[in-house]
Design a binder for this molecule. Structure first.
Ligand SMILES: [Mg+2]
Length: 364
């Protein structure tokens, strides 16, 4: 099989969020979404995407349009490893970094989409097909700016709608506020629902150790991004000091960074983001590497694509419920009794609303 790329284009559209998102270090209202479409000979096309939370989308688009897309023409989309390596070589001096990783991800996901469409297979199967469904936890309920009453009401609603877990943002200036919020949520959802917390890299080492100790009574599934992502040793120290699992990965842009965390016991859950790590090709390597360390994979964000990847690998543990693409798709993730099922359509299985995409792209 040969799928020679004969054309490629990229564009950017800004997808509004369904509700404001605030955590310990930032607030955002924008999802700059960079699309790449490849056309192949004998005719199968593929569409991929990556995103930012409001900064840098134009830089990603420029890297694609000014440098990478021309180099893509002539390559074989049937061979994603070869394409990925060739693209990596084109921007080697920018690796590993967010802009280059996001550009590579938009290309790589388009290549996987074309390849899977050509074969008539959903990406979930093409990438391994390990599981039929993966539990879903809710993040939209737990942003930091919600009052405790709002937080509890949202968490109860999320559970009522079937989510198997809820995540609460932490990092209030006064630790007792975090504790009060967690106690209220745990009491409201009961012991059977998973409860996660996320500090978005907001703490120092001493504060992370202190807060982890304060959070322990609430039977947490994980403590996410407690420290800056470049402090691998700090995460290892924290992991040894608490019974709560440490989860990291959304701010990591290379397989080697994950290796550092896993080989030092600094992560008990990994959360690779298919856009930020450079696409499906490296994402699968992260998941398989984690499997070798006995560590589950709970991918960050991008539920419409991650449902296929989490289900493709045996250690895919959770899918994060944030309906990122709702304004630009006519399909939605199928969830039954709190478990998401990967799409069965060939390719990524995402049905794009091109009219909506065109409108949002034109608004920029
Ligand atoms: Mg997070």
């Amino acid at each position: 099989m040969t799928l020679r790329v004969v054309g490629a284009r990229a564009w950017l559209c800004d997808i509004p969020v369904l509700r404001e998102r605030t955590d310990a270090v930032q607030s955002f209202l924008s999802q700059e979404t960079v699309f790449v479409e490849v056309v192949t000979e004998p005719g199968t096309s593929g569409r991929g995407y990556s995103y930012t939370i409001g900064v840098g989308g134009s830089a990603v688009l420029a890297l694609l349009q000014d440098y990478l897309l021309d180099k893509l023409v002539g390559l074989d989309a049937a061979c994603p490893e070869m394409v990925w390596r060739h693209m990596f070589d084109q921007c080697r001096s920018l690796m590993a970094g967010p802009v280059s990783a996001l550009a590579l991800a938009a290309i790589d996901t388009a290549v996987w989409d074309a390849r899977a469409r050509h074969l008539g297979l959903p990406v979930h199967e093409l990438a391994g097909g390990a599981q039929q469904e993966v539990p879903v936890y809710d993040t939209e309920c737990g942003w930091l700016h919600f009052s405790t009453d709002e937080l509890v009401a949202n968490a109860v609603e999320a559970v009522r709608e079937g989510r198997r877990g809820v995540k609460v943002k932490v990092g209030k200036p006064d630790a007792s506020e975090d504790v009060e919020r967690l106690r209220a949520v745990r009491e409201a959802i009961g012991p059977a629902v998973a409860l996660m917390v996320d500090a978005n890299q907001g703490f120092t080492r001493d504060e992370a150790v202190r807060r982890a100790h304060l959070y322990e009574p609430f039977d947490l599934t994980w403590f996410e991004e407690p420290l800056p992502a470049d402090d691998v040793e700090g995460h290892a120290l924290l992991a040894r000091s608490t019974s709560v699992a440490v989860a990291v990965g959304e701010t990591m842009y290379s397989l080697g960074h994950f290796r550092e965390y896993l080989s030092t016991g600094a992560a008990s859950v990994v959360q690779p983001d298919v856009a930020r790590v450079g696409g499906i090709t490296p994402w699968l390597k992260v998941a398989h590497l984690a499997e070798a360390f006995g560590v589950p994979t709970a991918p960050h964000f991008l539920m419409e694509l991650h449902v296929s990847l989490a289900a493709a690998v045996p250690n895919g543990r959770w899918v994060e419920w944030i309906p990122q693409l709702a304004p630009v798709t006519t399909s939605s993730v199928t969830v039954t009794e709190g478990r998401a099922r990967p799409p069965t359509l060939p390719g990524l299985g995402i049905s794009w609303d091109d009219e909506a995409i065109g409108r949002l792209a034109g608004r920029r």
